[in-house]
Design a protein around this ligand. Structure first.
Ligand SMILES: [Zn+2]
Length: 242
């Protein structure tokens, strides 16, 4: 029996073997097409650009706290998760500095020391993963602002920071009802002073302004902020990589 099968394979005409191989290649191509549209998280060694998304605050540090709204740390985490998903859908590898309610201060540390240790850990994380862009998500707390709106902060001394901020701000302005704000100098921010890749801080809105507060806690609005920020990052990287 075995011998018979072997003989059949050997005498099969060449055109039939080519036809079989062609059919197999076509089937593989058809199987791969839909897979290309699915989100599959790339492993660490995969050579796609890595973007670090940093949900501001966490753990002992709640950020801005306003009555009748979750603390800034919670809103920042929700928007950051949506931003990570939006960037992954665009093919980037995305790492979050935190995925739950935590900080990186040492046990017993509080105040300025705790904040410094926490931020140093986030900076070291982004540098260790050679991120091509760093986006920190926060909510604004200024009580003086006459109107709300999202604002992006950059460090003029950090290469790529202003172009990244401008690209994000341009997309944030397209959100319906958004105040037409500009990107601002954020060179006083510790994070933007110590990172070496293009980095920005996105203040997604003003928690102290009631209309912004309502929007910031709305998952649909959080997704709009995330999508706009992801478009800005993508536009920037396409320009920057040239
Ligand atoms: Zn903050």
């Amino acid at each position: 029996m075995k011998k018979g099968r072997l003989t059949l394979a050997v005498i099969r005409p060449a055109w039939k073997r080519w036809a079989a191989a062609g059919t197999l290649i076509l089937l593989c191509a058809l199987l791969l097409l839909p897979a290309g549209r699915l989100h599959i998280e790339a492993p660490a060694w995969w050579p796609t650009p890595t973007i670090v998304v940093d949900p501001g605050h966490g753990g002992y540090d709640p950020g801005v706290r306003v009555e009748a709204a979750p603390p800034e740390k919670d809103i920042a985490l929700q928007i950051s998760r949506a931003l990570a998903a939006a960037l992954r859908n665009r093919g980037f590898t995305v790492l979050l500095t935190r995925t739950d309610d935590r900080d990186y201060a040492l046990p017993g540390q509080r105040g300025r020391d705790a904040k410094r240790t926490d931020l140093d850990a986030r900076i070291a994380f982004a540098e260790a993963h050679r991120a091509v862009a760093f986006v920190s998500i926060h909510c604004n707390s200024s009580p003086e602002a006459a109107r709300g709106g999202a604002e992006t902060f950059f460090n003029p001394a950090l290469p790529g920071s202003k172009p990244l901020a401008d690209a994000i701000q341009a997309e944030l302005r397209t959100i319906p009802g958004m105040s037409p704000r500009e990107a601002h100098d954020g060179s006083a921010y510790y994070l933007l002073q110590h990172l070496t890749m293009p980095a920005v801080i996105v203040e997604a809105g003003y928690l102290l302004i009631p209309s912004d507060r309502v929007r910031l806690t709305d998952p649909a609005y959080q997704r709009q902020i995330a999508e706009a920020t992801a478009r800005g990052v993508t536009n920037f990287l396409h320009q920057w990589a040239r």
